[in-house]
Ligand binder design. Structure first.
Ligand SMILES: [Zn+2]
Length: 352
């Protein structure tokens, strides 16, 4: 039997050298095998052909089973390979595109070298959506720094137009844009600073009717308005939508800032300021005056806290209020607490 196998192998090689197609060689081998097996099964045992080919059909059957197993394995491999190739042309579409262009990598290099930000942090900023309420004193530096930092989508809502008296502190606007809606003036400045971010302007006052639907589109809300109706409305809707809210306020030489996020712990704005001041009791910037860089300090702090929140860096101002006194160059950080009788958050941040 071994001699016969060697002869078959030699013939196979010879046929290969002469270029006989694989299919023809397989058919010939199959016919020979069939003849041998048939001879063993049908002819008497003493026939020379049977004696010379081993005298037993079983080894030939085992050989056939082995050959079938090898063929099956090869067919399976070929099928898998074909499937991989079939998928290959679609690969360029499904492969993740690089998040940043080379220009952006250069632009954000000083950010990415910070251990707390790095590549993942910068990517989180690019994917983030932040809504800033008010394009005034606090909004000016906050919006500029959010754009400079590479926050992917920045919404800004304000119903006011640029006025000459704003320019003493609202540095996102320019003299040439007096009379222009503030949101469009802010958008122009932000996109001049960083064309890689998307700015979404809303030239109107925030209303109860649209607040919820608007907040739902963003990850984080920044409140830099100077009117109490909007402040309380913003807080209420932010709590309702479980969106973190960074709110700051300024007057004359002093400002304050906090992160209100009862869904993840701590109080809401109304926990700290349950009583809405009577109209006219708390003077606005227009009535009391404000030192020019004060909104710059607090608005920049809002941007810092926003970037920390989005990249999960450091310790947030959740459950804390920072008060900055410019006149004496002092700042204080106070711990704040949720109130169970708060009509907005019901003190749920106390246990969160
Ligand atoms: Zn509350």
């Amino acid at each position: 039997m071994m001699a016969l196998l060697f002869a078959a192998a030699a013939l196979w090689a010879l046929a290969w050298v002469f270029g006989v197609p694989m299919r023809v060689r397989l058919v010939v081998l199959g016919v020979v095998w069939l003849a041998i097996v048939a001879a063993h099964l049908l002819l008497p045992a003493e026939i020379p052909f049977r004696v010379n080919t081993g005298g037993d059909a079983r080894p030939w059957l085992v050989l056939a089973i082995l050959a079938l197993a090898v063929w099956g394995y090869r067919a399976l491999l070929a099928r898998l390979r074909n499937r991989a190739h079939a998928k290959a042309p679609a690969q360029p579409d499904t492969a993740p595109k690089p998040v940043f262009t080379d220009t952006e990598l250069t632009r954000y290099a000083r950010h990415m070298m910070l251990r707390e930000v790095g590549g993942p942090g910068q990517r989180a900023l690019k994917q983030a959506k932040v809504l800033v309420i008010g394009a005034g004193g606090l909004g000016s530096p906050a919006l500029l720094y959010l754009a400079a930092a590479g926050v992917g989508t920045i919404g800004v809502i304000d119903d006011d137009t640029v006025d000459g008296t704003n320019l003493q502190r609202q540095i996102i606007h320019t003299d040439a844009r007096i009379g222009m809606p503030k949101v469009f003036s802010a958008q122009a400045q932000m996109q001049a600073l960083n064309p890689f971010v998307t700015v979404q302007p809303y030239n109107r006052r925030l209303t109860e009717a649209e607040a919820e639907q608007l907040f739902a589109q963003y990850d984080l809300i920044l409140d830099g308005t100077d009117n109490f109706d909007t402040r309380y409305l913003t807080n209420r809707i932010a709590v309702q939508c479980s969106k973190p809210l960074i709110a700051a306020a300024i007057t004359q030489w002093e400002g304050q800032i906090a992160l209100y996020d009862p869904a993840r712990g701590g109080p809401c704005f109304e926990c700290l300021f349950p009583e809405r001041p009577a109209p006219g009791l708390v003077p606005s910037c227009a009535e009391a005056g404000v030192i020019a860089p004060l909104p710059g300090v607090l608005g920049s702090m809002m941007a810092v806290e926003a970037l920390k929140t989005l990249t999960h860096a450091g310790a947030s101002l959740r459950g804390a209020l920072v008060i900055y006194d410019g006149l004496y160059g002092e700042s204080r950080r106070m711990t704040t607490h949720a109130r169970a009788d708060c009509p907005v958050c019901h003190g749920k941040g106390a246990t969160a």
